[in-house]
Design a protein around this ligand. Sequence first.
Ligand SMILES: Nc1nc2c(ncn2[C@@H]2O[C@H](COP(=O)(O)OP(=O)(O)OP(=O)(O)O)[C@@H](O)[C@H]2O)c(=O)[nH]1
Length: 814
Amino acid sequence: MAKNESCCSTQLIDGDGSFNDAGIEHFIKEVKLAECGLSYAVVSIMGPQSSGKSTLLNNLFNTNFREMDAFKGRSQTTKGIWMAKCAGIEPCTLVMDLEGTDGRERGEDDTAFEKQSALFALAVSDIVLINMWCHDIGREQAANKPLLKTVFQVMMRLFSPRKTTLMFVIRDKTRTPLENLEPVLREDIQKIWDSVPKPEAHKETPLSEFFNVEVVALSSFEEKEDQFREQVANLRQRFFHSIAPGGLAGDRRGVVPASGFSFSAQQIWKVIKENKDLDLPAHKVMVATVRCEEIANEKYAAFTASETWSVLEEAVQSGPVSGFGKKLNSVLSTFLSEYDAEATYFDEGVRSAKRKQLEDKLLQLVQPAYQTMLGHLRSETLEKFKEAFEKALSAGEGFSVAAHNCTKSFMATFDERAADAVVELANWDSSKVRDKLHRDIDAHVASVRAAKLAELTSSYEAKLNEALSAPIEALLDGANNETWPAIRKLLQRETASAVSGLSSALSGFDMDEQTKDKMLTGLQDYARGVVETKTREEAARVLIRMKDRFSTLFSHDSDSMPRVWTGKEDIRAITKTARSASLKLLSVMAAIRLDDAPDNIETTLTSALVDTKSNAAAVTDRSITTYDPLASSTWEQVPSSKTLITPVQCKSLWRQFRAETEYSVTQAISAQEANKRNNNWLPPPWAIVALLILGFNEFMTLLRNPLYLFVIFVGFLVIKALWVQLDIAGEFRNGALPGLLSLSTKILPTVMNLMRKLAEEGQVPVNNNPQRNAAMASKSYQNGSSSSDTSSIASSGLTSSGTGTVYNSPTKED
Ligand SMILES: Nc1nc2c(ncn2[C@@H]2O[C@H](COP(=O)(O)OP(=O)(O)OP(=O)(O)O)[C@@H](O)[C@H]2O)c(=O)[nH]1
């Protein structure tokens, strides 16, 4: 028979006992075993070498195992273990062709592989076909007896094995009916079972507990092929739906899910080769563990590579993704469902544990994205809150109401959006992020509140500053007895107005009374502070103000007109009045009197600085026992915090003030005296009138005779020349007598000089020498001008003295 290898048969384990990992993987994929779940069966065949096993399988399952060529003699064709898929049998049935026993090739003593392959077949298969010659039944030296012994022995090494169907296929059946043969065979089997040494636990265990024994007989394939084929066809029917209850492979307890078959077979073979005991239940768990882990890893890898997740993960980096939770839940459940589907037939405990691990891994993978999502929601909600809060405040909503409403509304928005991002599987707690958002909102509200309160306070402070500064300056400028009462009144009025304004503005802030009172008190203190600062500023300039006041009162009359020192004014009285007023200013500015407490500053200052009697006494009595009320750095009844100018400073200021105003007084006195002198120079008015009346006739005569007029004119010129030459005005400046004496000595030489000059002039003809004329004219002009200048200086001096006006401008004084 032709030896061929179809795509559906592969060598599972070679003759040397090596497991063909790649081959079986390929085979499993080709026959699509992984999709079968638990719906598959495995059939093995054991038997002596060249007993027609391959021939039977190929006929029974339409496989193409290698068969021996009948014409070449009986030699081993099947080495190791081969596997193929039964064609046309449902459910998927795999069949394994085992290397024949009693092989001449391995020798009599080499039964190791035989035992190993028998154990492997028992561990992996649902149904084990034991191929035997009919003539061996009842024979002591039957070829399959050692094989059966091996089977039963190795069976003991499987812990809690499933019930395997042992189907004895009697080949080349004789005319003896099966009914007669089967009891003999079963007796043989029982004998072998009994003879096999068993562990204590299974000493009394019947064969039927481990095996379901079936017996079939087939005619010779070589001699009665038609019958053989017919019987094989009938036998084939028994393999249909073999996994159904009562079927040939009805015991499904130990079955490994199809997707784990390859790994399971590999591991079983490994254990067998290591000559270890094979704990099938533990093996099943191990296979489940490995396979479930593999499936979980596959699903995890598939999830990470999935487009849905990649898109979602990328999108969430740049901002919140709407329907985040829904999308993530959907993709997670897709991959978990796939895991469930693939791992469904594995041990439940293992499967669940691995699923949990997969879930954890997946959740661990997606958690950063979820946290990012929550982070976006938190920051976006916070930003929107800020905007809405600002808008609400701009719209005039009360601070506390706006804060409460906005907080409530935006926390609800966050909750809603966080719910949208929830990953059902994880049930992660978003409360920490929520708390953080709440804290951020509260912090923002607190900072806005602090800023608004500061803004309010500073606006009212600015108002107070504006309302108090200028009026206080004006009040202090006109310092009098009413200054401090007026300042107190102003302070009270403006403070009350500011406090009421701030109080009503604060009503929207929902603050406790204590804080509110503190703020209002702070504003009141600020107002007092403004007054105090302003008065301190003004006090620092008290000397200038005193001089101003002195200057104003001293240089201006009661109508505020500049005073002209005509000589009639009582400079002493004016000076006293002006100094008293300046002292008043000093006393007003000496202390802050916001509390209406009585003090004796003014009295002390007046008595110490202005009171002439006491002053004079002090001046005359220079004894060391004299008490100076200003020799102190504090005022009686005035605390030092309220003192602006100490008594000692007052004294020093007053001294400076007096020194700096002294000049004005001296000037005024000089001006007054000069004025008096100027007024004495002219004749009395009555004399001028008498002159005019009595001299009228002479004046008229002169007008009628031009010669007189000419003589008078010449006389005037002569007198004028003498006046200039002799400087008569200058001579009389020191009194009449010294002037006359000086003139009497100077007059004769001067007249002589004048005459000589006139004589010199007369010697030169007029118009003869134009140059000389011009020079003379020029000299004459210069003389005239000089005299004119002198007269103008004199006149100016007169005018200056005559007016007697002294403008004591403050700047000049200062
Ligand atoms: N007498 C007899 N010979 C058979 C029967 N079936 C097959 N043979 C012959 O037995 C020989 C061995 O057949 P195989 O099917 O190769 O036997 P095998 O058990 O698979 O052999 P190994 O794989 O080498 O162990 C072949 O020459 C077959 O023609 C049968 O039913 N009766």
